[in-house]
Design a protein around this ligand. Structure first.
Ligand code: GUN
Ligand code: ZN
Length: 448
């Protein structure tokens, strides 16, 4: 075959792991797990074109990561860009945490210079944690949305975000004008027309949560979703008990917190609801019927003392669940750290989260939830090569543990529980290296 001059062929060697489908809950040996030890992942012009055990020919640029783990890039389905500045803030539950730490940090994003540098720092941090796609909250300020879309486009990343809608119960610097709902609507429509569907970018209608939007603003958000079913929607629901009580006071006509959103048409297959801890059976039925998705945020739920999300109960109700860091409520962008927290939350409820269920939720499961499985989340032919290379073990404890594993699940579970961003060797976005560990760069320099 003759190659056009611009054909770009990259082959990565390592232990390839991805999923062909969802593994069963608690299943430790699963046909859905595709593990190809010491194999080559073939990437042509940014897309995966196959895997094979033999080395490819010299038309391929070869990168030998043998003895390392290669996974699809992680997908964080709920994270806040401006909250890197308040990660690990002491001593509060949700509502006080918002008031004392989070809202002041978000006020700074009114400045487009702060928003631009914050967006760049945030996306580089995601890439340095093995997360190549994300669903992100910026702030209420239009400039913060522009900054995120621009920074994601510059990195070629799949990113879903949208202007945060809030017009009450927060500092004035974070509020849309409550007497001009059409003003915030115009901002959204303008951002949608310029960014939604551009390359790998998509817009999410983003009412922060019921307490910070007037009924009129929530109705406007619902109307935006109804007008274009390709739009995503992201919000928070039923995270904290004081929050749930407050919503009951603010919306006495609603049957439940979730019902506030259901009534205005915010629940649909492209809706992502973070937390969902304090839903009742009727809520779960309504949510499942709507096709909306749950983002489980274990680190945040533990750190803010919000509660324990029952994953098997959500599954039994027919809900799709992905895993999210919810930084700055969560204390790490590392999805392995979040999965380990998720394991502990499930253990407290008497369940066990397998490495397969966890890693599937952070890759293919999230891609399917977002309707993006044709693009990301696995190594299927034709998907974009968002791929991360990881060390199996870093440091004497993890190395000793890795040396004595007796099964694939045991090995991958120990990796999930003991690894974090220090294990990351490289992140590729559509075949381009966007993060390379400094040590690796130094050793490449010295071998030149
Ligand atoms: N509920 C409303 N806003 C927020 C937020 O920024 N973080 C979390 N964890 N919950 C919220
Ligand atoms: Zn959140």
């Amino acid at each position: 075959m003759t190659l056009t001059p611009e054909t770009n062929r990259l082959a990565l060697r390592g232990d390839l792991l991805d999923f062909s489908a969802a593994p069963g809950w608690g299943e430790l040996e699963s046909a859905a797990v595709r593990f190809q030890p010491d194999s080559w992942l073939l990437i042509e012009n940014g897309r995966i074109v196959g895997t094979q055990s033999a080395a490819p020919d010299a038309s391929w640029q070869q990168q030998d990561h043998s003895g390392r783990l290669i996974l699809p890039g992680f997908i964080d389905t709920h994270v806040h860009c401006p909250q890197l500045d308040v990660i690990a803030s002491y001593g509060t539950e949700l509502l006080d945490w918002l008031e004392r730490y989070t809202f002041p940090a978000e006020c700074r994003y009114a400045d487009p210079v702060v928003a631009a540098s914050g967006a760049a720092r945030f996306l580089d941090a995601l890439l340095a944690h093995g997360t190549t796609s994300a669903v992100v909250f910026p702030t209420v300020h239009k400039a913060s949305v522009e900054a995120l879309f621009e920074a994601a486009a510059a990195r070629g990343m799949r990113l879903i975000t949208g202007k945060v809608l809030m017009d009450r119960n927060a500092p004035p610097a974070l509020l849309d004008d409550p007497d001009d709902v059409a003003g915030a609507e115009r901002d959204c429509i303008d951002l949608i027309s310029r960014w939604h569907g551009q390359g790998r970018l998509a817009y999410a209608v983003t009412p922060r949560f019921a307490p910070t939007s007037s009924p009129a603003q929530l109705a406007m958000a619902g109307a935006l979703c109804r007008a274009d079913d390709s739009l995503y929607m992201q919000t928070h629901v039923a995270e904290n008990r004081a929050e749930v009580r407050w919503v009951a006071e603010l919306f006495p006509e609603a049957r439940s917190y979730l019902d506030v959103y259901a009534r205005v048409g915010l629940l649909h297959p492209r809706a992502l609801l973070a937390h969902c801890i304090w839903l009742d059976e009727e809520d779960k039925r309504v949510l499942a019927a709507s096709g909306a998705q749950v983002a489980f945020c274990p680190s945040s739920n533990l750190f803010l003392g919000s509660g324990l999300f029952d994953w098997p109960a959500a599954r039994a109700a027919g809900l799709a669940v992905s895993v999210a860091s919810d930084v700055g409520g969560g204390t790490s962008l590392s999805l392995q750290r979040n999965l380990l927290d998720g394991y502990k939350v499930q253990a407290l409820l008497g369940h066990r989260l397998s490495a397969w269920a966890g890693l599937h939720a952070a890759t293919r499961g999230a891609a399917e939830a977002l309707g993006l499985a044709q693009e990301i989340g696995h190594f299927g032919v034709g998907t974009l090569a968002d791929v991360c290379v990881w060390d199996w073990a870093v440091g004497p404890v993890a190395e000793a543990r890795d040396a004595v594993v007796r099964s694939l699940h045991e090995r991958v579970f120990a990796w999930m529980a003991l690894s974090d961003e220090r294990n990351l060797v490289a992140s590729y976005v559509a075949g381009h290296p966007r993060f390379i560990r400094a040590q690796l760069l130094r050793s490449q320099d010295s071998s030149d």
